[in-house]
Design a protein. Structure first.
Length: 785
């Protein structure tokens, strides 16, 4: 074994003869090239060997580009699409653009183009030759001084053994063809290759169609040089596994029948070493355990089921990164625009099999991508059954069918409910708190903690949902859409709506303790409302509650959409004369007022007032609500004189009904103060708003959001009376309370910051005033959360 020599130092930095630049797909070639170069006395920097724990990969590669005498570009189609590869070879070319120093050495390992600047560089082809001829061609190409670095005396897995030539496969081999367009997954491949102990058992777990089999196939090809035996064992039917061992035994030179093959093969593998067995699509960890060999080798298992952590470490495989998904689609569909590829990736949820199926179907039928997008949106369950993918005998739909067929009735009811909610985490207590709102037999199941846990566990085991301690989520949007398409019309959707109506409080205005639950369930409410027909009565309650919640969070346009739809549904169900309609008219009006559409709001308030008077009379608190809100719109429209008598009448109704210290009295006092300001009677404003603040402070806790409005009213009245010094702390308290009770980007924070800037300017503190005003402007200009 050649002794590794410490790297020599030039001008304070380490220098190598060659820096091997490659993409991870071509790692086997890169290691073979590096090995041959070092065996010939050259010193080589290569990521596969020199990225030791604690090193910074980017810094190390940058060091290689700068300090190496030459850069070897291991050229392939994958390398040409690598951002880092491009940066590395271009850095070498810039230092020697005319090639006098042969700074850049291009070695082609596959038949690929040499675009752009690479076309002007003479390259060496290493593919299509025997190992001996390739080695000689490589050594004839490279030249350099002798430098070195610290490297293991052999490849990582088995010290002392040289890497197999990348073009040569193990003698014992039956792995299916690899995907020529395999994209991404570098981190997962690296996780699979890391090992401790004599036998490394790794399981790849993920949902159907996520690419487990393709990952295992790519791993086998990429690291084939590490093994002398690589055998693929389909394991979905455990009874067939002994027959696959018999086939392996035959290739190993053993004459055994299936009933004796497993033991005989295990003995032979222990004798040989350097083996990899892939158990594909295993269903049961305990059933598979007797078939796992011992000795110096590796086992790779793919599965969608849980429990395989008892055999070894588990690598969870999720959907592709969006960038990799777009790259794969672009390779499969070169005529698709970048926008189409991105849109299709998003709708397919970056699921590899879905991407492959879509590409195959579009290519086979000639269907425009835009038309496929429309079909995928409107007929998901049918579309995901289309598209024949080479090497796959099942579509995404049939993979899911296998799992669905194994579910019990309660498990299927739960999955259907989840499918009609948003693809976001769902609190498990949404189900356990409301058994009466659930369909049978799920209603009975949720009342028993063990039974419900087992029901959820079955969905997790089949990789149809993910679960945390308190939440559950359907694993993929296409699965959810497919289940919705198959469901009984109105059945699961109606159950989902009933469940949300049972859980969510509708009266939430001024009650911040109820906001967190609304915040958690809002995505699910929006999903159910979007899917529900307008003729559905319970829909109104959800829409009204949604409008109130969004309004409280300052999302005015979204709140208006929900409230207006609630009004339209109510009018279609109840006619045009109903107290329920009056309440919703008022909801819409308040949002319109906050959107500076007071003329529209006034019409709705007045209509609500007429409805209420007809049902309850003119002295009912409902009448006071519509009077006070009508008055507020009149003030906004510059008609404060008309507003005052309406407010005085509303005050009289509230005081008679609730007494002088009720929050409704405080609200009306604030509106009366606003009307007085509109009439120029500023001296009368402060007593009214101070009294309102006193009522609110006595009624609500000190951190209640209602106080934000009262504090701003008092502060503004003080500024108008040239008492800005007193107003400043009032505005600061209002702003702090708005930030904590709502959120830092809420409109009430902007209002408080604007008011504070007025007080600071009045005090001559211009810099602070400008800072506060700029804060308000930033809030108004940014999208609301």
């Amino acid at each position: 074994m050649r002794r590794d020599v410490p790297p020599r130092v030039h001008h304070g930095g380490v220098q190598w003869d060659f820096f091997v630049s490659y993409t991870d797909v071509d790692r086997a070639w890169a290691e073979w090239i590096a090995w041959e170069l070092e065996r010939s006395g050259h010193r080589v920097l290569v990521q596969a060997w020199d990225m030791v724990p604690g090193a910074n990969w980017v810094d190390r590669m940058d060091e290689g580009v700068r300090e190496a005498e030459r850069t070897v570009a291991v050229l392939s189609a994958a390398y040409l699409s690598s951002v880092y590869g491009k940066a590395e070879w271009q850095a070498a070319w810039r230092e020697d653009p005319v090639g006098e120093r042969r700074k850049l050495v291009v070695l082609r390992i596959a038949d690929c183009e040499r675009p752009g600047l690479l076309a002007g560089i003479v390259s060496t082809d290493l593919f299509g030759l025997s190992e001996t001829a390739t080695r000689q061609r490589l050594l004839d190409t490279v030249r350099g001084v002798t430098v070195g670095r610290a490297k293991p005396g052999a490849p990582p897995v088995f010290p002392g053994a040289t890497p197999r030539f990348p073009g040569a496969m193990p003698d014992v081999w039956n792995v299916p063809p690899r995907n020529p367009d395999f994209t991404g997954r570098a981190e997962h491949l690296d996780l699979l290759h890391r090992t401790t102990g004599t036998v490394a058992v790794k399981s790849v777990r993920g949902m159907g169609g996520v690419g487990k089999t393709q990952l295992a196939t790519e791993y086998a090809y990429r690291y084939a040089g590490d093994f002398d035996v690589v055998w693929w064992i389909p394991s979905e039917q455990i009874t067939a596994v002994p027959h696959h061992f018999a086939d392996l035994g035959a290739d190993l030179g053993l004459d055994v029948t299936p009933d004796k093959a497993v033991r005989a093969v295990h003995v032979e593998l222990r004798r040989r070493g350097r083996w990899l067995l892939v158990f594909d699509n295993a269903e049961d960890a305990d059933a598979l355990r007797p078939y796992l060999p011992t000795g110096p080798g590796r086992v790779l298992i793919t599965t969608r089921r849980s429990g395989f952590d008892t055999l070894g470490s588990v690598v969870d495989l999720d959907v592709m990164d969006r960038a990799d998904s777009v790259v794969l689609l672009s390779r499969r569909l070169p005529d698709a625009t970048a926008t189409e590829a991105a849109s299709l990736s998003e709708l397919l949820g970056d699921l590899p099999l879905a991407v492959e199926q879509a590409s195959a179907y579009i290519k086979a039928t000639g269907l425009p991508v835009a038309s496929y997008l429309d079909l995928l949106t409107t007929r998901t369950a049918e579309v995901i059954r289309q598209g024949k993918v080479a090497g796959h005998d099942r579509t995404l739909a049939t993979l899911w069918d296998l799992s669905l067929a194994e579910l019990g009735a309660a498990e299927r009811r739960l999955l259907d409910l989840l499918a009609h909610l948003a693809p976001e985490p769902v609190p498990l207590d949404l189900f356990t708190l409301h058994p009466d709102a659930l369909p049978a037999p799920l209603a009975e199941t949720v009342t028993d903690p063990i039974a419900f846990n087992n029901t959820v566990g079955a969905l997790v085991d089949h990789y149809l949902v993910r679960r945390s301690a308190t939440e559950i989520t359907v694993v993929h949007r296409l699965l959810g859409q497919s289940l919705r398409d198959r469901a009984d019309p109105g059945g699961a959707l109606g159950a989902a709506m009933a469940l949300l109506v049972a859980d969510l409080p509708i009266e939430i205005r001024g009650e911040p303790e109820k906001w967190p639950r609304w915040h958690t369930l809002l995505p699910h409410v929006l999903a159910v409302c979007a899917a529900s027909p307008d003729a559905d009565g319970p829909l109104v309650a959800l829409l009204v509650g949604t409008g109130r919640h969004l309004h409280s969070q300052g999302l005015l346009h979204e709140a208006l959409g929900a409230a207006e739809r609630a009004l339209a549904v109510q009018e279609s169900l109840d006619g045009t004369d109903s107290q329920r309609i009056a309440v919703t008219l008022n909801e819409v009006g308040m949002i319109l007022d906050d959107l500076d559409r007071s003329a529209d709001a006034l019409v709705l308030y007045q209509r609500a007032g007429v409805m209420s008077a007809g049902s309850f009379g003119g002295d009912h608190p409902y009448a006071a609500v519509y009077l006070a809100n009508s008055a507020n719109s009149l003030v906004n429209l510059g008609r404060s004189g008309e507003a005052v008598p309406l407010l005085e009448r509303a005050l009289a109704i509230y005081r008679a009904k609730y007494g002088p210290d009720h929050p409704e009295v405080a609200i009306t006092l604030r509106k009366l103060g606003k009307a007085m300001r509109g009439l120029g009677r500023t001296a009368e404003v402060l007593p009214l708003v101070v009294r309102a603040l006193e009522i609110d402070s006595a009624y609500f806790p000190p951190d209640h959001p209602t106080l934000v409005v009262s504090l701003n009213n008092v502060g503004f009245a003080l500024v108008e009376l040239d008492r800005a010094t007193e107003a400043e702390p009032v505005f600061r308290r209002a702003m702090h309370l708005a930030e904590t009770a709502y959120h830092p980007a809420h409109p009430y924070v902007a209002i408080s910051a604007t008011n504070l800037s007025v007080a600071l300017a009045a005090l001559g503190r211009e810099a602070e005033a400008r800072e506060s005003l700029e804060k308000a402007l930033r809030i108004r200009q940014q999208p609301q959360p």
